[in-house]
Design a protein around this ligand. Structure first.
Ligand code: ATP
Ligand code: MG
Length: 157
């Protein structure tokens, strides 16, 4: 077995789905292997507490300091549940461990690169393209990951 700890960065695109299939194909027969399917939520996608002021009818406003964390937690949980559903459909008879995860980071590339380091990832399998408008042959996240991680990256359609 070459790769024990595979990361599939997942953005709900068809290419990312096929990355899940391919990663499970590689690791599936090995109970000691792990596939982590992970979505990075860019911090900019979260409501910005510093923008709160009059006129902002946001439930975590003044008087509820824990509200912001709760919104972030529920966003992470909802994302993990969505990933888990997709993963369950792809499992077949995979013997490997499969983890669904979501992390918040400045950017998808940074989140993926940090995950590779902090989780001892030895292979990244990701889509060539994602949900963005079709421009060029490879998306900016795939391009950024190829440039910023030391482990092998398999890009798939
Ligand atoms: P762009 O985003 O540059 O407009 P794109 O959406 O077509 O182009 P990418 O975003 O690079 O292409 O997507 C390529 C692959 O990167 C996806 O198939 C997925 O594996 C991964 N990816 C993209 N965004 C995320 C994200 N937020 N979290 C985790 N993985 C992601
Ligand atoms: Mg994209």
């Amino acid at each position: 077995m070459y790769f024990k700890n595979i990361l599939v960065p997942y953005d709900e695109s068809d290419h990312a789905r096929s990355a899940i299939h391919i990663a499970l194909g590689l690791a599936g027969p090995y109970p000691e292997a792990r596939v982590s399917v992970v979505t990075v939520i860019p911090s900019a996608a979260l409501p910005n507490p510093t923008l709160l002021g009059e006129g902002f009818e946001i439930p975590y406003a003044v008087g509820d300091p824990g509200g912001y964390e709760r919104i972030m937690d529920s966003m992470v949980k909802r994302t993990v549940d969505d990933i888990q559903e997709v993963v369950n459909q792809s499992l077949d008879d995979a013997q490997c461990k499969v983890v669904a995860d979501a992390v918040i980071s400045n950017s998808p590339v940074e989140g993926i690169a940090d995950y590779v380091k902090s989780h001892d990832i030895d292979l990244v399998v990701m889509g060539r393209r994602g949900l963005g408008a079709l421009r060029g042959m490879i998306g900016s996240v795939s391009f950024g990951v190829l440039r910023s991680v030391e482990v092998p990256v398999l890009t798939v359609k």
